[in-house]
Structures are given as C-alpha cells and as structure tokens.
Design a protein around this ligand. Structure first.
Ligand SMILES: NC(=O)C1=CN([C@@H]2O[C@H](COP(=O)(O)OP(=O)(O)OC[C@H]3O[C@@H](n4cnc5c(N)ncnc54)[C@H](OP(=O)(O)O)[C@@H]3O)[C@@H](O)[C@H]2O)C=CC1
Ligand SMILES: O=C(CO)[C@H](O)[C@H](O)COP(=O)(O)O
Length: 478
C-alpha cells in the first residue's frame, strides 16, 4: 500500500502552493488539490522533485491520500469559497479529521465554522498565516486557533513549517474558536497602520522636501539599521529604489489608489464594537478609502487649489525628526492594537498570551520588526496591561520623540500635506496623558438635549439639570 501523506493542502494559488512546497521541503508527505487541476499540474511539474507530493484531481482521492486523523489546510479565497470547500470535504472525512482554514477569514465566520464542524465530530482550526508568497515558502508566522487537542495533532508539522527566530518557531497555539483569525486580523490592521505611516513619511520627503525616490530609498535603508528595523522599512527602500524599463523610478508610475481586501476594515469595525480607541489603524483604512477616489481627488484639486510647497533641502535634523515621528506613531499603533487584543481576549474568554503573540510576529510575518522583542519583554514581565506606551522602553521613546513629532505634524499641517496616522497618533497620545479632558462639556450637552445625566467631581451619584424648566439640578441616582 502506498505511503500516506502527513498533511493535505487544498487551494494551490500563491499561498497554498508555497505552503505545500514548504511542508514538502521540511520532509512531510503532502497531498495537494485545487478546484481547477491546472494549478495542481503546474505545482507538480515545476516543484514535484522538492519532496513527497501526492497530487489528486478528485477530492475523494485527495482525502484518501492523507493519514488519519487527517490534517487538511484549506487555502482558498476568504468568504463563501471556504464554506463551499468545507461542504465538499465533509462527506469524505472521518471523525476527528481536522480542517485548518489558513486564509484571511473573518473571525466570526471561524467561530461559526468551529461550532458547525464540532457538531459533526470534525475538528476545525482557524489559522492566520502571514508572510505573503515568500513567507509561505520559507517560513511564515502562523496563528492557529481551535481546541488545544486539535492543535497538538498538527503542532509537529506547523512548528516546523513556521519561521524560526532564535530557535523558537513563529507559531503557537492562540486559543479557542476564531481567536487565531482575530489575532491575524489585528496583525493586518497593524500592517495597515505601519504602511500608512511609511507613506506619510515618504510624502513629506517627496512633497515638502522635493526628494527623489532614490534619495528617499537611501533614507529608509539607513533607518532600517536602527530601532525602526523591520521588514516593511526594508521593502520600502527596495520599492523606492526600483527603476522600471523606462529608466525611471517604478514608484512614480504606480497609480496612487490603494486597494484592500477587508482585514483592516474588520479590525476597525471590531475596535468600534469593543470600544477601543484604535485611531491609527482606522485612519489608515480611511486613507486607503480616500486614495481610492482618484477621479474625485483630481476634480477637487482643480476647485480647491493649494499653493505649491517650495521644496527645501532637508537637514539631517529634519530627516531625524521624521524618523522620530514615525517611530513614536508606530508605538501608538502597536499599543492600540495590543489593547484591542487584550480587551477582545477578556470579552471572548480567549486567554490570549500577548507576549507569545509578539514572539511569533518577530519572524515570517509582514509586520516583523526588531521592536517586537521589546513588546514581548514588556508583556513577559507582566506589564503592558493597561497600555504599552506606559512601559519604560516605549514611554522613554515617545517622550524623546515628542518635540520632533509635534514639529513634523505642524510642518505637514502648514504645508497642506495630510498625515492622518502621524497626527491621530499624536492626538491619541495627548488625549491619553490628560487626567482631565473636555468631555465634561460633552456630558453637559448630552444632558441638555437628552436628559442623559452626568456625574459630578464633588459628590457621588448621577445628576440632571432641568435646563428648559427651572434650571435646578436634581440627583437622579446615588
Ligand atoms: N496573498 C497573500 O499574500 C496572502 C493571502 N492570504 C490569504 O490566503 C488565502 C489564499 O490566498 P491566495 O493564495 O492569495 O489566493 P486567492 O485568495 O487569490 O484565492 C485563490 C484560490 O482560491 C480557490 N478558490 C476560489 N474560490 C473557490 C471555490 N469556490 N472553491 C474552491 N476553490 C476556490 C482558487 O481555486 P481555482 O484556482 O480553482 O480558481 C485558488 O486556489 C486567502 O484567504 C488570502 O486572503 C493570507 C496571507 C497572505
Ligand atoms: O494577509 C496578508 C498579509 O499579512 C495579505 O497580503 C493581505 O492581502 C493584505 O491585506 P490587503 O490586501 O487588504 O492590503
């Protein structure tokens, strides 16, 4: 009898094909299947010699080729296709088999699928996978959520497939139900904020200082040697340095309309539901939405012309100020994202281990960055509970950056350059460290028009002023 595969991969587009190759290269037998068989043929003809592949053209043959209890990674378009594939698989599966959804599924869909398949005596793992094409092949960051018992079955495989940093795999058990996909969603939200901050720094260099793409690339390459060291800063330098066949910087020819598949928007929506002030990520989503209105922006520019900015060569101090503003804003984005994870964990009973999330994001994924080590240390020491910004390393960093941060946001405002992520991060920082803000007036207004009541600083209870009658204050509860 032919040897059975250790794992199956269904869906062989860029992510699935590379995950299958990754597993095969690590010595696992991999059954592979794709709805349209041409992708299966292509994978086997190009990379079949990399390991023990079991290609199948029928879903029954695919399932039959895997050792029981069968772990099957599905890597298809998020949404309806995941439900369709699950339904196609179910008749061929046996009790205890494990479906692992490795796509970017919405965590509430994962919750639903988890319970649906549990009722059918099948096991389901919603596993966030990050790293793009290269990460999937060389070692991604993986965020599996489901039962610990189901995870134990796949642990020897996925921890070997994942990226490794300092001997530790960038994969750990996250928690029950859709927790793995929730964590991946917030990862992507942070990715949105990181990229928005980078584009704002780029815009300042380009529009205020008139620098060309190559010069800006050199600045980012330099920044990548310090505390901003990260995959996204590294690839920013690479994208800006790229010259196309016309001999000009490629970036100058790319249309300035950002697309999005949904994970950033979901992160912002979840933050609204949870009551988290997730300003940086949400501004990044809005910035993409505004960028997508290209024709409208061109029309508005004609009707609302702005004075051209007189370019001036930046001094080393000007460049350093933008770096500091970027670093401080990045800290705020991560602090907000981790607060969202912490609140969701409590709300949904997931018991997320925030230090372990920082650990598995240090390698393989798109937001991998040197300073995740600092986040890991903060949470490992039992800190970070109220807000990452209050932890020593991050507090020192934002205090140091504060003057430059204000200067950069001021420069952008004066120059008419939108920096929504820089400025909203600064506004959040200023709001966070104010023991008394202006919401007292807001409460007064709510009470005026809607008798919504207010609390007082000088005595306990809830109060209402009879604004439209005798103007007297009455206590409505103790
Ligand atoms: N691309 C990336 O960088 C990353 C993607 N992801 C996520 O991973 C998943 C896969 O991504 P990617 O590899 O880019 O591929 P796509 O999201 O482009 O999906 C294409 C794959 O889905 C299959 N598919 C679509 N509809 C169906 C259906 N109804 N039934 C069966 N199969 C279907 C396609 O099969 P067929 O060939 O037959 O059309 C193909 O294999 C997505 O959820 C994505 O969001 C996660 C991290 C990074
Ligand atoms: O999950 C990913 C990286 O982590 C995918 O690349 C995802 O597609 C990125 O999101 P968007 O397409 O909305 O920019």
């Amino acid at each position: 009898m032919a040897e059975l595969a250790d794992i199956g991969v269904l869906g062989l587009a860029v992510m699935g094909a590379n995950l299958a190759r990754n597993a095969a290269r690590k010595g696992f037998g991999v059954a592979v299947f794709n709805r349209h068989g041409a992708r299966t043929d292509e994978l086997i003809s190009q990379y079949g010699s990399e390991g023990r592949f079991h290609p199948a053209k029928e879903i029954a043959d695919f399932v039959a080729a895997i050792a029981r209890p069968r772990p099957i990674i599905i890597m298809v378009k998020a949404g309806k296709p995941v439900d369709e594939v699950i339904e196609e698989l179910i008749p061929h599966l046996d009790e205890g088999d494990i479906i692992i959804d490795g796509g970017n599924s919405l965590f509430t869909d994962t919750n639903r699928r988890f319970h649906y398949l549990t009722e059918k005596k099948l096991r389901f793992i919603g596993m966030g996978v990050s790293g793009g094409e290269e990460g999937a092949l060389e070692g991604p960051s993986m965020m599996p959520g489901g039962t610990l018992e189901a995870y134990s079955r796949i642990e020897p495989i996925v921890t070997k497939m994942a990226a490794q940093v300092d001997g530790e795999p960038c994969c750990t058990y996250i928690g029950t139900e859709g927790s793995g996909h929730f964590v991946k969603m917030v990862h992507n939200g942070i990715e949105y904020a990181d990229m928005q901050l980078i584009t704002e720094a780029y815009d300042l260099f380009k529009t205020v200082y008139g620098l060309d793409a190559k010069t800006i690339s050199d600045i980012f390459a330099e920044w990548n040697k310090g505390e901003l060291n990260s995959y996204l800063i590294e690839i920013t330098a690479a994208v800006l340095a790229k010259v196309d066949s016309t001999g000009k910087p490629l970036v100058d020819s790319i249309v300035d309309e950002a697309e999005q598949k949904g994970t950033g928007r979901w992160t912002a929506q979840s933050a609204l539901d949870l009551g988290i002030p997730l300003t940086s990520i949400t501004e990044a989503v809005f910035a993409r939405a505004l960028s997508a209105r290209r024709a409208g922006r061109a029309e508005a520019e004609k009707l609302l012309p702005h004075a051209p900015v007189a370019a001036r060569k930046p001094s080393p101090a000007d460049i350093e100020a933008i770096r500091q503003a970027l670093f401080a804003s990045k800290i705020i984005a991560y602090a907000q994202g981790f607060e969202q994870l912490s609140v969701a964990s409590a709300q949904f009973g997931w018991k997320l281990k925030l230090d372990e999330l920082a650990t598995i994001w240090r390698g393989g994924c798109i937001i991998r960055a040197r300073f995740l080590n600092r986040i890991r240390e903060a949470y490992k020491a039992g800190g970070g509970a109220s807000n990452l910004v209050l932890e020593d390393y991050f507090r020192d960093a934002v205090l140091k950056a504060e003057p430059a941060w204000r200067e950069v946001v001021g420069l952008a405002v004066a120059s008419g350059i939108p920096v929504p992520a820089f400025s909203s991060s600064l506004a959040y920082y200023d709001g966070l460290r104010r023991a008394r803000g202006p919401a007292n007036l807001l409460q007064g207004l709510r009470d005026y028009f809607g008798a919504h009541t207010y609390a007082r600083l000088d005595k306990p209870g809830k109060f209402h002023t009879r604004w439209a009658q005798d103007g007297e204050e009455v206590q409505v509860s103790s």
